[in-house]
Design a protein around this ligand. Structure first.
Ligand SMILES: NCc1[nH]cc(CCC(=O)O)c1CC(=O)O
Length: 302
């Protein structure tokens, strides 16, 4: 998926600027997030998919880093910035099962394979009777494990499956009303050195304004809540004209508690988008107070 995303950005850069093929080269870097087999939260959580790339940016080994914005921590290094985001793909979660046709049709006591504490918490809230088993690995591994019958269904992001040409495995694109996606799910971003004017100019034309504003609001919500990989937090902002309609929620990892918020406002600048998301995050945070919502033995934050 990461390679698809990098190639997509490369193709867009070459075609929009009319550059020769050798002008942009792909350098593949392995990140810790690709190698871990257990619970991401035990290894430092968010940033595992992005840190090595950020180090390479700072060292000057690379000039652009392409990320799934969902994996990018909300508080970044001062020397770096997100220069552009591509138009968001389908932000919804995909329900995948060979036996059941939709989330709401899961049989009593069904076992679900996932490593995402958000999806787990949301499903536990919808269906307190279901059980979970930890499912990690790349998309291919996860889909192969579905065949073993250890669990009846799993979830992955629709966007990632589409990028991998695996759209056909999607049993149901889950409506956001049922399962609100992770902040910035489905969006690909390009990170660069703040002072690198050449890189900033080159990627600026690729920026999709509405996506940038939407994910800025979603990530600000996460930021206000100190969202770590241990806290199930979801948010989705969508535009209707100039109105940004925002939904966000925080769920206890076992689904027993839930704090949701919804708002809309006319948003046209990143600052307005940030203020909308951050303000709502602060309100939810005040409402939660000191209540502990997470259990560190459960999964990662995707
Ligand atoms: N944490 C891994 C990750 N990071 C981004 C995506 C999906 C693609 C996207 O949201 O852009 C995934 C896999 C998944 O959740 O299915």
């Amino acid at each position: 998926m990461a390679l698809w995303q990098a190639n997509r950005v490369r193709d867009l850069l070459l075609s929009t600027h009319g550059w020769d093929d050798d002008r942009v080269q792909i350098k593949i870097l392995k990140t810790k997030g690709d190698q871990i087999k257990g619970h991401l939260s035990q290894f430092g959580g968010k940033g595992l998919f992005t840190r090595e790339l950020e180090d390479a940016l700072i060292d000057g080994r690379i000039d652009l880093a392409v990320h799934s914005m969902k994996d990018v921590p909300t508080v970044g290094q001062d020397a770096l910035m997100i220069g552009a985001v591509l138009e968001r793909a389908d932000p919804r979660d995909a329900f995948i099962s060979n036996e059941v046709s939709s989330v709401l049709d899961l049989p009593h006591g069904a076992v679900i394979g996932t490593a995402s504490i958000r999806r787990r918490a949301q499903l536990a809230r919808l269906r307190p009777d279901v059980d979970f088993c930890l499912l990690r690995g790349n998309v291919g591994t996860r889909l192969a494990k579905l065949e073993t019958g250890e669990f009846i269904a799993t979830f992955l992001a629709c966007a990632g499956l589409k990028r991998l040409g695996q759209e056909a495995v999607i049993t149901q694109a889950v409506p956001p009303e049922l399962m609100l996606p992770a902040p910035a799910q489905g969006a690909v971003g390009i990170e660069l050195r703040r002072e690198d004017a050449r890189a900033r100019d080159a990627v600026e034309v690729l920026n999709h304004r509405d996506t940038m504003l939407a994910i800025t609001a979603e990530r600000a919500f996460l930021n206000a809540l100190d969202g770590s990989c241990r806290t199930p937090i979801a948010a989705l902002a969508t535009f209707a004209g100039s109105d940004l309609s925002f939904r966000g929620e925080v769920i206890a990892t076992d689904g027993s508690k839930h704090y949701g918020t919804q708002s809309h406002a006319s948003v046209s600048t990143p600052k307005e988008a940030f203020d909308l998301g951050f303000g709502l995050g602060q309100e939810v945070k005040a409402e939660i107070g000191d209540i502990v919502l997470w259990d560190s033995s459960i999964g990662d934050g995707a």
